[in-house]
Design a protein around this ligand. Structure first.
Ligand SMILES: [Zn+2]
Ligand SMILES: [Zn+2]
Ligand SMILES: [Zn+2]
Ligand SMILES: [Zn+2]
Ligand SMILES: [Zn+2]
Length: 436
């Protein structure tokens, strides 16, 4: 009895795992045996029934779900269910479906073992088709139950049982400090006094138990305040250091740019390709990628491109964005630029062709539609600078040799997320780009 009462002290756990213990039945006009779950042997809780013809066995929803999930099954439980179903069965004549099945059960236990691994009704052994039997609900609603807390004298109807338990004055809740169970309506009072409850010192903001707080001296508090300030100062120093580094980087960059030198070096990026068989990296100082085979996908060769991924994630908080440069070595076809948000798993693909047309790939289609016609042109030998400016959510492409700028505005790259990576693609065999 002791273990049972400690078990039912947590009503949530109780009703999560099985039906309502039989001893809580206070009054019922009908024989309660008809309202028991054959799995937990308690009073049905949130019953669901097997919809198979001539079965209609009701189970607690949690019990049947657990039963179905339990792939291993349990032959012993099966046996107890079967002997029970034989007693309950209103028609135990030789023609009845389950009496013939249950006799086969006693003869062929191995077969049952196999069946328990399927999602079958424990009683009729056929697939469990969840259904609801209104009369079971009506019968259940006619019974009265005692409260699970012994001190409580309130009897509730079946439908009100759960609600009552949560509101019951005798409900126990664990104190978040000492962990001991308190009566629901005394919890607040207890927590206002409990020595193990965590409280925060309003002066030093340190968290401690009430017991520690009672011996929290002014000296300790002041010391804590100093420590907190020290931490804040440390963090500020770190921030200053970061800003100094950023500043230094920008100064160097401006110096180099004024001298006409390229600043960003290739080692800041890593390159990958989607169709690894189709390209070759050549050269040593600069990375040159060359398409050596036709398309990867023979069926849609025309639409396929060789993709160079630049796995450089850019945070939108970054001020300077990202810049890289490349020289067009050979380019018979178009230049394709993709921007992939790393949040969404799709990319926005653009084609820029030599005559300045900008096309965007149709959503979920392999078609490119003219977005606009600009004056951005390029040909072999041109150096292109790509500049992602996350704060302005725009991508700028500059043809250094021709002083033409092409800008993709936020409306054109709306899907750009917190971070993204980009790729370039080549269309034709022999085409190559050099990242400089
Ligand atoms: Zn049950
Ligand atoms: Zn069934
Ligand atoms: Zn109660
Ligand atoms: Zn406590
Ligand atoms: Zn303090």
């Amino acid at each position: 009895m002791q273990t049972e009462s400690s078990n039912i002290l947590n009503p949530l756990e109780l009703l999560k795992n099985s039906g309502i213990p039989k001893h809580l039945l206070y009054q019922s006009k009908i024989e309660v045996d008809h309202l028991l779950c054959p799995i937990c042997l308690n009073i049905l809780w949130k019953p669901v029934a097997c919809g198979q013809d001539k079965c209609f066995q009701s189970y607690c929803e949690v019990c049947i779900n657990k039963w179905i999930q339990d792939q291993a099954g349990d032959a012993v439980l099966q046996e107890s269910l079967y002997s029970q179903s034989l007693i309950i069965a209103p028609d135990s004549g030789s023609g009845s479906q389950y009496s013939s099945q249950s006799s086969s059960f006693s003869e062929m236990p191995q077969q049952i073992q196999i069946e328990t691994t399927q999602h079958n009704c424990p009683k009729c052994k056929r697939p469990f088709k969840k259904t609801s039997i209104p009369i079971i609900h009506n019968l259940l609603d006619s019974i009265q139950l005692s409260c699970i807390y012994e001190e409580c004298t309130i009897k509730s109807r079946y439908e009100q049982f759960q609600k009552h338990i949560f509101q019951c004055l005798f409900r126990r809740i664990n104190c978040s400090g000492c962990g001991l169970q308190q009566l629901q309506n005394e919890l607040e009072q207890h927590e206002n006094q409990c020595e193990q409850i965590t409280i925060e010192c309003t002066k030093c903001q340190n968290k401690m138990s009430r017991k520690q707080f009672q011996i929290h001296s002014i000296d300790d508090c002041v010391q804590n305040q100093f420590n907190n300030k020290d931490n804040q100062i440390d963090q500020l120093y770190k921030k200053i250091e970061e800003l100094n580094q950023k500043n230094q980087y920008l100064e160097q960059k401006i110096c180099k740019m004024l001298k006409g030198e390229s600043f960003d070096t290739i080692h800041q990026f890593s390159f990958k390709t989607m169709f690894t068989q189709n390209y070759q990296f050549t050269g040593t100082q600069a990375i040159e990628a060359k398409l050596i085979h036709p398309s990867f996908n023979l069926q849609k060769q025309k639409n396929d491109f060789l993709h160079f991924y630049i796995n450089h994630k850019v945070k939108t908080q970054a001020v300077q964005g990202i810049i890289w440069r490349m020289r067009i070595q050979t380019l018979k076809g178009n230049l394709l630029i993709g921007i992939c948000s790393s949040l969404c798993h799709y990319s926005i693909d653009f084609i820029i062709n030599k005559s300045g047309e900008i096309k965007r790939k149709e959503w979920n289609e392999n078609k490119y539609k003219l977005l606009r016609k600009g004056n951005f042109t390029f040909s072999e030998g041109d150096n292109l600078t790509f500049q992602f400016m996350p704060l302005q959510q725009c991508l700028r492409i500059i043809n250094e040799n021709r002083h033409i700028v092409c800008r993709f505005e936020p409306t054109e790259i709306i899907e750009m997320g917190d971070s993204f990576f980009s790729f370039f693609s080549l269309e034709n065999q022999g085409d190559s780009l050099i990242f400089i």
